[in-house]
Design a protein around this ligand. Structure first.
Ligand SMILES: *[C@@H]1O[C@H](CO)[C@@H](O)[C@H](O)[C@H]1NC(C)=O
Length: 238
C-alpha cells in the first residue's frame, strides 16, 4: 500500500482511539463593567492570550487537547497612548494579549489540564480578584461545576486588601502573598500537607468559596474532573 495512504489510515485510527478533539471554552462577562480575560499556557499549543469583553459579552476559544494552563480576567483596563494596562490582574505586556505573561496577583485563577480526562479548579492560592464559575457542557455524568461566586473583595480583611486610586478594593491577597510566611505558603518546615494545615486566613477564603483552592495544600475536594469531550462555560461575576 502507498505509504501516504497508510499514514492517513493510521491518523484516522489514532484520532479515533485517542479521541483527539478540541475543547471549546466559552468565556462570558457577567460583570457590570468591562473585563479582559487572559490565558497562560503551561503545556500545549498557544491559544488566544487575551481579549476584552464588554458587559454581557462572551467569546469562544477552541482549545487544543492536550493542554494545560490557566484563565483569569483583568479589569479596570485602559489603553493610554497605546499602552494597555489594567488595575487588577495586569500581565504587564502593554497589550490586550498577554503573550505568555501571567497576571499580577491577586487574581482568581481557573486552572485546566485537558486530556483523556480533564482536570479543573478555581484557585485563590495567590488571592482573589473576580468571582467566577466553571460549568462543564456535555461530557456526561460526573462533571461538576466549580466556582467562587462570591465577591470576596467586599469582605476582604484590610490587611489583605488591594485598593485602587479611589480607595475601592480591587483584589484580596492570600496570606501567603501578603505575609510570605512558611505556615501560609507551605514552604520550609511547613512544606507537606501534614505540616501545612489551614490557617484562619485560608479558612476565611474557604468559608466564602468552599469549592476553590484556598491555599497550596487545600483538600482534594477542590480539584474536579470531567470525561473527555466536555466544553466549558467560564463566567466571570456569575
Ligand atoms: C488571623 O489571626 C491573626 C492573629 O493570629 C489576626 O491578627 C487576624 O486578624 C486573623 N485574621 C482573620 C481573617 O481572622
Amino acid at each position: 500500500m502507498e505509504i501516504g495512504l497508510l499514514f492517513s489510515i493510521f491518523l484516522v485510527a489514532s484520532n479515533f482511539i485517542y479521541g483527539v478533539h478540541s475543547t471549546v471554552f466559552t468565556i462570558k462577562n457577567n460583570c457590570r463593567y468591562g473585563i479582559a480575560p487572559a490565558t497562560l499556557t503551561g503545556t500545549g499549543d498557544l491559544v488566544s492570550t487575551g481579549f476584552e469583553l464588554a458587559p454581557e459579552a462572551s467569546n469562544t476559544i477552541n482549545m487544543p487537547v492536550p493542554w494545560s494552563g490557566r484563565v483569569w480576567a483583568r479589569f479596570g483596563c485602559s489603553n493610554d497612548g497605546g499602552h494597555f494596562h489594567c488595575n487588577s490582574g495586569d500581565c504587564g505586556s502593554g497589550h490586550v494579549g498577554c503573550n505568555g505573561a501571567g497576571g499580577a496577583p491577586p487574581a482568581t485563577l481557573v486552572e485546566f489540564t485537558l486530556g483523556q480526562k480533564d482536570f479543573y479548579d478555581v484557585s485563590l492560592v495567590d488571592g482573589f480578584n473576580l468571582p467566577v464559575s466553571v460549568v462543564p457542557q456535555g461530557g456526561g455524568a460526573g462533571c461538576p461545576t466549580t466556582d467562587c461566586p462570591v465577591d470576596i473583595n467586599a469582605r476582604c480583611p484590610s490587611e489583605l486588601a488591594v485598593k485602587d486610586a479611589s480607595g475601592g478594593t480591587i483584589g484580596c491577597k492570600s496570606a501567603c502573598l501578603q505575609f510570605n510566611k512558611p505556615e501560609y505558603c507551605c514552604t520550609a518546615d511547613h512544606s507537606t500537607p501534614e505540616t501545612c494545615p489551614p490557617t484562619n486566613y485560608s479558612s476565611f477564603f474557604k468559608n466564602l468559596c468552599p469549592k476553590a483552592y484556598s491555599y497550596a495544600y487545600d483538600d482534594k475536594s477542590s480539584t474536579f474532573t470531567c470525561g473527555n469531550g466536555a466544553d466549558y462555560l467560564i463566567t466571570f461575576c456569575p
